[in-house]
Structure formats: structure tokens, C-alpha cells
Ligand binder design. Sequence first.
Ligand code: PMT
Length: 219
Amino acid sequence: SKSLSLIGKTVLVTAGPTYEPIDPVRFIGNHSSGKMGYDIANELARLGAEVILVSGPTNQKVKDKRVKVISIMSAMEMYTVCHDYFEQVDAVIAAAAVADYRPRHIANQKIKKNTEEFVIEMDKNPDILASLGAIKKEQFLIGFALETENEIEHAKQKITKKNLDLIVLNSLNDKGAGFGKPTNKVTFIDKDFNIQPMELKSKEDVAKDIVQKIVEHYE
Ligand code: PMT
């Protein structure tokens, strides 16, 4: 039977996209709606955990006052908040779709369309999850992998590179999986590379499966 309690545990969840500003009106972003991460945060709170939800810009709502929402815009802001809280949490679930690059220069004024070509120089953002993996002590770290090819291989590499305990792989080749949709189809891969493919489910039910992995870890 499934255990029902995460009372006494604190879990940090990242959710949504990040927006990387170009000028005061423009940004580089991605299609994450935030739903997967918010469903996870709500499920953790339902089981009694204290939740710190570090969220990029979304229209999602939390259902429980045990979820403390910290809103950020950019990957650099998400990085800072995650590191501020990391020492006090028992587990992390990184569902955010963090932008890998940010514009090197942010214009103070709206950029005018005076030229035929416009090039944006970009710098690599820090990998937030990998930076937490590098300093983790007892924290249980769950990452996502969003892949379009060689899915299992790429996901395994991310487990190793980011020092994860578990990865939740979603493939854009699976119908009903990934961005925006109300459903997801995931495969769990643990740090010993055990592979567990799951059925297509609502994101609420996928969130339950993910949260059960934390419950099992503490059993
Ligand atoms: O928000 P929805 O519309 O509901 O969609 C859900 C989702 C598809 C966004 C979600 O299920 C998902 O897969 N999130 C991770 C997307 C992603 O960016 O994957 P990745 O393979 O690029 O990153 C791997 C892991 O490292 C992720 O846990 C990511 O949060 C983390 N990461 C990546 C880059 C970076 N600079 N910092 C990070 O922490």
C-alpha cells in the first residue's frame, strides 16, 4: 500500500519557463506552461510536505498554503533562489524548462528595427540542477529530461553529469507528452540505470507517481 505522508519534509520544486530579456519588451523563452511543476507542488503539499516552488512566468495556481511560491523571470534569478534554499530542503524536483543561454547585453531602451540583420550574442546559463548535484549532501535530487532523440542514452548521461538520484524522461516523440498538454508520458530512470516506462497519464497522475518516488525513498 502507498504511504501517505511527507509531513516534516521540505521539497524545492522548479517549474515553468525562464524568460531571458533582450530589451524592456522582448525576451527569449520556451513553451513550458508550468503545469507539470505546479501539479507536483500541489501533490507534495497534499501529502503534507512544505514546498518551495521556484516558478518562472506561468498562469498556474497553487492549491495549498503549504506551497510557498517564489516567482522569478530569468535562469540567473532561478539559480540564486535555488541556492538560497538548498541547504534547508530534503529533496528537489526540477521540472522547469530553464533557458540554456541568455543575451549577453540587455538594452536599456526598446531596440529599433534600423538594420536588416540583427544578431544576439548569448552566454551560457549555469546548469542549476548540476550545480545543486555538485554540492548535495542528503538531498534526494530528481531531474527531468526533455529529449527528441537517443532519449534513454541522453537521460542516463544527465543522471551522471548532474549527480541525480532519479530522472523523469519525457520524449517529444511520444504523443501527449511534454509542453503545454494536460498529459505526459514519462520513463523513470534511477541512478543504477533501472528503467521504468510509464503509461500516458494526466499530469496530475504523473505528479503522483513522481512524488511516490520521494515517499518510497523515505520509507
Ligand atoms: O510546463 P509544462 O507545459 O507542463 O511542460 C512540462 C515540461 C515538458 C517542461 C517538463 O515535463 C520537463 O520536461 N521539464 C524539463 C525540461 C528541460 O529543460 O529539460 P532538459 O533536458 O533541458 O534539462 C534537464 C534538467 O536540468 C531539468 O530538470 C531542468 O530543469 C534542469 N536544468 C536544465 C538547464 C539549466 N540551465 N538548469 C537546469 O536546472
